[in-house]
Design a protein around this ligand. Structure first.
Ligand SMILES: [Zn+2]
Length: 492
């Protein structure tokens, strides 16, 4: 059996000023041919599961591309087209028996708001009868075109996403059973006009915990795959928002009913998808009361994992001004500062304008560097392998990396954008996170994968940034209206 396995992933924040060029993909993951097997075999990813299933059955595997970039602005047109052409080329050359795809669901290219729907429709145009299974992120913004151009799909049930292998394994089993004539998948989907906030999508919290329990219960009752997507709200596209997709076994009505129950439950709980903030100085002064660490301080409006610039210094400066001690910061993006620290050398003191290199026109703010003095206490190449529960086994690169010690604060400064979801970001830079009183993380929910077990307390610190939870700061033009909570009198 000839099987195509491909990964093409990006969560596009259309408000982000960070460009998405080929380098951005190469900085995180860009592999072709047999390198895909070497890099993603034995990893906690859907592609890892696909490889295992194809190997177990002795399939001929063709792996034209496995690529992902950290979230950022729209993917450049030529980069998108090159990636799609790379995946299409072997299908054009010779038909396949099966395609197993590892996609995100919220990819927007400069010329195409539905990156996944476009890819899938182009595959189908070449080989209309090709069975296609797709895994998607929990932050997928689902479209009719994606549904129309695949055989079955499934999304992650966890946020942080620690079940990537599991969902790849599940959909592979269903797909191979289908090919053997054991099951007859029927796929139905729907959405509701809710623009849920990422900060309120943690699957340990209400309402996501209950919705994901419902999907698992449906699967125990015979549904082949049930998924509830929180969606990705930082995308000004028509279909952003919550949705659900249910793959039933031959019974369309049963799948439709299950899908509606999921969406109705989300609608009933819609107010729980919205975050209510408070002034930054109050949040940081509350942190001062926590004397036993580590206490986590979340700079969630500048979250790289949703397209943040990682160089907004507002929360860091407030923590400094309020004299919090024994703080480790993960991470500030500033390749210029890293170069200066390399030139200064290990153990020496340096004065720099840290961060604030990126303007954010979508929210009307200019980058504001923070003038700071400190000692360089670590320099390295930023390469390490994840040992924690999310992306286990994947090699990470933060590019040339340095640590600045200001006395009260140790700041990890990186050259490639990186969301701190794993403690390796500190331990590989000479900082033991358990010994810190405060860990200031530019993260929203993914930090829980690595840091929740260490945390004595967690405090949301509302700074500015392009991953803000303040809807009044974002200007939507393409999004379908009316939608909750942006409009009044929205009906399901
Ligand atoms: Zn996600």
């Amino acid at each position: 059996m000839r099987v195509l396995i491909a990964m093409m992933k990006h969560e596009t924040n259309t408000f982000s000023p960070v460009p998405t060029d080929l380098t951005r993909f190469k900085n995180w993951a860009y592999y072709t041919g047999t390198d895909v097997l070497d890099q993603f075999g034995d990893t906690n990813t859907p592609t890892g599961a696909y490889i295992d299933h194809a190997r177990k059955r002795g399939c001929e595997m063709v792996t034209p591309l496995a690529t992902e970039a950290m979230p950022s602005g729209p993917v450049q047109r030529d980069v998108y087209e090159d990636m799609v052409e790379t995946i299409l080329a072997p299908i054009e050359a010779e038909p396949f028996d099966l395609a197993l795809l590892d996609l995100h669901g919220a990819m927007v290219a400069e010329h195409e708001p539905d990156g996944e729907g476009c890819l899938l429709s182009r595959i189908r145009a070449i080989q209309p009868d090709l069975p296609i299974a797709v895994t998607l992120d929990l932050h997928c913004n689902l479209t009719q075109r994606m549904i129309d151009n695949c055989t079955m799909m499934i999304g992650f049930k966890t946020y942080p996403h620690v079940d990537m292998y599991e969902v790849g394994d599940q959909i592979s089993k269903v797909m191979f059973r289908t090919l053997e004539g054991e099951v007859s998948p029927v796929m139905v989907w729907g959405n509701r006009p809710i623009l849920a906030q990422t900060l309120c999508m943690g699957t340990a919290d209400i309402p996501m915990s209950g919705l994901q329990d419902m999907t698992r219960k449906l699967e125990r009752e015979g549904i082949l795959a049930a998924t509830f997507f929180g969606g990705f709200p930082m995308a000004d596209i028509r279909d952003a928002g919550v949705s659900a997709v249910v793959v039933g076994d031959g019974n369309d009505a049963q799948a439709r009913s299950a899908c509606n129950r999921l969406l109705d439950a989300a609608w009933d709980d819609r107010t729980r998808f919205i975050y209510t903030g408070r002034p930054l100085d109050l949040a940081v002064s509350e942190a001062r009361e926590h004397t036993e660490g580590p206490t986590l301080l979340l700079d969630h409006a500048d979250n790289v994992g949703s397209g943040g610039t990682a160089d907004v210094m507002e929360v860091i400066r407030e923590v400094h001004n309020q004299n919090l001690e024994n703080v480790a910061v993960g991470v500030v993006w500033d390749p210029v500062a890293v170069r200066m620290m390399q030139e200064t050398g290990l153990g020496n003191r340096v004065s720099i304008e840290l961060g604030g290199k990126t303007d954010m026109p979508s929210i009307g703010r200019l980058g504001e560097p923070w003038y700071v003095e400190g000692r360089v206490i670590s320099l390295n190449d930023g390469r390490w392998t994840v040992e924690g529960p999310m992306y286990t086994g994947v090699e990470v690169s933060t590019g040339p990396t340095a640590v600045l010690d200001t006395g009260r604060m140790r700041i990890v400064v990186v050259s490639f954008h990186h969301e701190p979801w794993d403690t390796g970001i500190f331990s590989n830079n000479g900082i033991d996170p358990i010994q810190c009183r405060y860990l200031l993380l530019k993260s929203r929910i993914h930090y829980r994968a690595g840091f929740q077990p260490l945390a004595r307390a967690t405090i949301c610190c509302d700074g500015h940034g392009v991953t803000t939870s303040r809807n009044d700061q974002l200007h939507y033009e393409a999004l379908r209206r009316p939608i909750y909570p942006l409009d009044n009198n929205v009906h399901s």
